[in-house]
Design a protein around this ligand. Sequence first.
Ligand code: 13P
Length: 253
Amino acid sequence: MSALTPLIAGNWKMNKTRAQAEEYIQALLPAVSSVDAVDVAICVPFTALEAMVDSARGSRVEVYAQNMHQEPEGAFTGEVSATMLNDVGAQGVVLGHSERREHFGETDRALALKVPAALAAGMTPILCVGETEGERDNDDTDRKLRQQIKDALAGVRDERLAEVVIAYEPIWAIGTGRVASAEQAQEAIAFIRALVGDRDSSAAEKLRILYGGSVKPENAAELMALKDVNGALVGGASLEADSFAQIVLAGAG
Ligand code: 13P
């Protein structure tokens, strides 16, 4: 693990009513209160944002959204802007998750606007990138990552690059139980860091890159110990406060 403070973020996806979210946070807060070498975020549905911000206030747990629109306001039925997320106290937002790319037509072009819009609103963007199984089999992983990183970060000024968090999530490892090997995760994440370094070498040293895809309490410590890995984006195993807390503890080393 490098000198950067790791970030362990739980992506709840489309799960939990407000009552379920409240029960969860009341279990999570005491479980992570004594950990101080790691940043913790839960990425919750819009409907739970305000309640989770209130319940997490004063704790080390930050509350992030899972998507936003790039424009501050306007005729975009069903969408939510960075200004609105900021208004309810969200401290960050997941952008470009593969599920949004696959099911909702999220494009690198939209991300090129969303990432700077999140930064401008004072929120931490977690930009998700990753290859499909077919792309990996065809040795196309580097090309895919290069394109996603280049396009999505095109609108971010060099001075602000280090504030972006990137999550490397190989699509074949999401929700499948097929975690990337330590070697695969380290190689891809080092490659992403080098891509950012092509833009700005000092930002590349300061920027946090997470691994995501079937992270569990049993494999978290090995992944978090990898040289270029600065934390995790956790899906299924973040839905129980107990298992998420164990991953947070693994992140603290
Ligand atoms: P799983 O941890 O369930 O594989 O999901 C990963 C993910 O998509 C986090 O954003």
